[in-house]
Design a binder for this molecule. Structure first.
Ligand SMILES: *Cc1c(COP(=O)(O)O)cnc(C)c1O
Length: 315
């Protein structure tokens, strides 16, 4: 994508959000620009256009990118995170929030690895699987309150900040968002003190962020509508990961524990920016999001490219 396209697309997305929130008479959600698979030059262009919240899915990609980009970027980790990689994320100086906490084990691992010198607690969202799809990460809705309680009561270095979900791929009904709202009500019933503070509801992506905003989103994660469709070249990165997914899920069923099967051998911080190996495990759980970008022909995705979004939704 040539220089200028990213900032133009960003403006278009911001315009759509502002217009909708104006109509609804509500505050605008945080816009998280999801830069996975995209080069630093594009991140920098969005940054120069005022964007500060960015989201990444893959541990090795984020750990490789962050040191070369402005230190006041607020990074959101939004991908599948294995407990044995929690340290890499928790020790990133400008990690702002981990949106994808799906188990007590992961919460404990993050809590353990928050550096002593970090000035604030590490914000976390509990990710809920509201679509019931096996490919989506997140705790089942009926386990949500228990996990939130664990974070609040057992993880002193973490700050519970709200809930996150990925809507059903290609779904234009608000079912998943309504379910996340139900989870929020359950959490508030169990922890009434949370009603006095901001409660993040991270929901909505390129294909459904307007619907999500109508249903109470406070934070939207928008990738392809800002940076363009992701390029999953054959045999590389996420696409290879998608193919590996089924195999891995089978293995996981045997292993029974999300941390076990990757223990040791996948954790090689010395790999620097070589992402291919590392993306496999995280990407496998974000199949829906990746597939959405890889399949622009579906209805829900047809508005996700910057060209379409500016053409069909002029400000
Ligand atoms: C990739 C991804 C996004 C952004 O998806 P787009 O459809 O490109 O906007 C948002 N959330 C999660 C969890 C993702 O993996």
């Amino acid at each position: 994508m040539s220089s200028g396209a990213t900032s133009a697309a960003l403006r278009s997305v911001r315009g759509r959000i502002a217009e909708l929130c104006g109509q609804l008479g509500r505050a605008e959600p945080t816009l998280v620009a999801v830069s996975k698979t995209k080069p630093n030059a594009m991140v920098q262009e969005a940054y120069d256009a005022g964007q500060r919240h960015f989201g990444e899915n893959y541990v090795q990609e984020l750990v490789g990118k962050a040191p070369d980009l402005p230190s006041d970027i607020k990074w959101h980790f939004i991908g599948m995170l294995q407990s044995n990689k929690a340290k890499q994320i928790a020790s990133l100086p400008n990690i702002y929030i981990v949106e994808s906490v799906h188990s007590q084990k992961l919460a404990n691992a993050l809590n353990k690895h928050v550096p002593e010198d970090r000035k604030e607690k590490l914000r976390v969202l509990v990710q809920v699987n509201t679509s019931g799809e096996d490919s989506k990460s997140g705790i089942e809705p009926d386990g949500c309150v228990k996990l939130v309680t664990h974070v609040i009561e057992e993880c002193d270095k973490l700050q519970f900040a709200g809930l996150m979900t990925i809507g059903r791929l290609g779904d234009v009904s608000p079912e998943c968002f309504d379910l996340l709202n139900k989870c929020k009500q359950d959490v508030l019933a169990a922890h009434p003190q949370l009603a006095d503070q901001p409660f993040e509801m991270s929901m909505g992506m390129s294909g459904d962020f307007e619907l999500a905003i109508e249903h109470g989103s406070t934070s939207v994660r928008v990738g392809s509508s800002i940076f363009g469709a992701r390029d999953y070249a054959p045999g590389k990165g996420p696409e290879a990961a998608l193919k590996a997914r089924q195999e891995q899920q089978d293995k996981e069923k045997v292993a029974g524990d999300e941390g076990q099967q990757a223990k040791g051998k996948e954790q090689e911080p010395g790999q620097g920016k070589g992402q291919e190996n590392d993306q496999t495990s995280e990407a496998s759980q974000n199949n829906g999001a990746a597939a959405a970008a890889a399949a622009p022909a579906t209805g829900a995705e047809s508005s996700s490219s910057p060209e379409n979004s500016s053409a069909t939704k002029p400000q």
